[in-house]
Design a protein around this ligand. Structure first.
Ligand SMILES: NC(=O)c1ccc[n+]([C@@H]2O[C@H](COP(=O)([O-])OP(=O)(O)OC[C@H]3O[C@@H](n4cnc5c(N)ncnc54)[C@H](OP(=O)(O)O)[C@@H]3O)[C@@H](O)[C@H]2O)c1
Length: 366
């Protein structure tokens, strides 16, 4: 390894809190690759709500409101993060990395040096990689990509052969693996009609493209100001975020009052309406609750209509290589809304929280 500086620029999360808990440092120690690890020079790293929710402490059961990105007085360092255990600070967040391998630890074939790679955001126990209890999230249970360098297990990264820019590639990993995993779990196939909440966002835009790829019909729910942008992902129909009479709105848009799948990342007050439009035997999949984690469920709707509910977070190990294949074959397109240099990270995260964008916001590193 040559020309690797001893220190680097990094955004360091010092504890749960507001934006001030994220500190910009120019002299943070550069990580060194351990056994089976690669050292990656970061070019770009996408933003995700997991970073915002981890910072604020939203995963604590003491919090019951929609995601705002604000600090919670009820949360402290002992509160569990997404995986049910507290995380340790300081922590460099950022899961959706794109960078070049510039060094390797012991046990790694050096021919990977010089290759542009993406990382799977799920950290595995590679002795038993499908063990979901032994899985961590990049930038949560280890340091991630809001920095000039990071390390990752060699099996957690894949070279990507694509003409897309670094920033475009950095829109994919978390959102698209999450969406593909949800579609796998609910068994989405051609013949299905998929109703998608938060369709202007990272996971929502991924759900549209990945369900279309399977030949399903897709109905996108999104703020009306974003409908023009959402149309670029080619859903079968686009409806407002929360129509008063959803069955009638569906009927007008696609000629049917029910759907076979609801792919939900919003939850909140609209949840009962979503469940009411599922056909008999319909499937509901959730990967998020940006509109609020506490919802009202009429159990009669669930059991009398023979519905199936799926909670979807940790992906199976095939999902990330499948995604890289879709990218390399041009089967999905990136939705890059904006880029912010690492030095302007706080401005970028505020834009990400404000949600005026469609797709994803990416941090670039020189
Ligand atoms: N389980 C996992 O592994 C996993 C992975 C990734 C993300 N997630 C979760 O999934 C959720 C979405 O993630 P994302 O990356 O797609 O987020 P995003 O890019 O921020 O998009 C979320 C979209 O939801 C809509 N929205 C925001 N607030 C809403 C509200 N109060 N009610 C209804 N819709 C609202 C917005 O669209 P409109 O303005 O157009 O309505 C927004 O574009 C987050 O909660 C995130 O934590 C989970």
């Amino acid at each position: 390894m040559t020309d690797i500086p001893e220190t680097m620029k990094a955004i360091v999360l010092t504890g749960h809190g507001g934006m001030e808990a994220l500190e910009f440092h120019e002299d943070w120690p550069t990580p060194k690759p351990q056994n089976e690890e690669v050292l990656i020079k970061i070019h770009a790293c996408g933003m995700n709500n997991t970073d915002v929710n981890t910072r604020s402490g939203w995963y604590s059961k003491a919090v019951s409101e929609a995601t705002t990105g604000d600090a919670y007085e009820t949360v402290n360092a002992e509160d569990p993060s997404w995986g049910g255990a507290p995380i340790t600070f300081p922590r460099i967040q950022g899961a959706d990395i794109v960078g070049t391998v510039v060094g390797v630890g012991t046990g790694v074939d050096p021919s990977i040096i010089g290759k542009r790679v993406m990382a799977d955001c799920w950290l595995r126990n590679w002795d038993n990689p499908e063990d979901k209890n032994a899985t961590g999230y990049f930038g949560s249970e280890c340091d991630g990509g809001f920095a000039q360098y990071t390390t990752a297990h060699r099996k957690n990264v894949l070279p990507v052969n694509s003409d897309l820019s670094d920033a475009e590639l950095a829109t994919f990993s978390c959102s698209y693996t999450t969406a593909e995993n949800l579609l796998n779990r609910v068994g989405c196939d051609k013949g299905d009609t998929v109703l998608i909440t938060g369709a202007s966002g990272g996971v929502g835009s991924a759900l549209i493209q990945l369900a279309n790829r399977r030949g399903a019909k897709t109905v996108a729910l999104a703020s009306e100001s974003k409908h023009g942008d959402v149309a670029r992902f080619s859903p079968t129909a686009i409806l407002p975020r929360s129509p008063d009479n959803l069955a009638e709105a569906l009927n007008e848009a696609i000629g049917q009052k029910t759907v076979s799948i609801v792919a939900d990342i919003a939850g909140g007050e609209y949840f009962p309406t979503l469940i009411e439009v599922l056909e008999r035997g319909g499937r509901y999949g959730t990967s998020g609750a940006i509109a609020g984690p506490i919802v009202e469920l009429d159990l009669r709707t669930l059991y009398l209509n023979d519905l199936t509910f799926h909670g979807c977070t940790i992906t199976t190990t095939n999902v990330f290589p499948d995604l890289v294949g879709y990218i390399e074959r041009g089967e999905i397109k990136p939705a890059l809304a904006a880029t912010y240099p690492l030095e302007n990270f706080h401005e970028g995260q505020q834009a990400f929280i404000d949600k005026k964008h469609t797709g994803n916001i990416v941090v670039t590193v020189d």
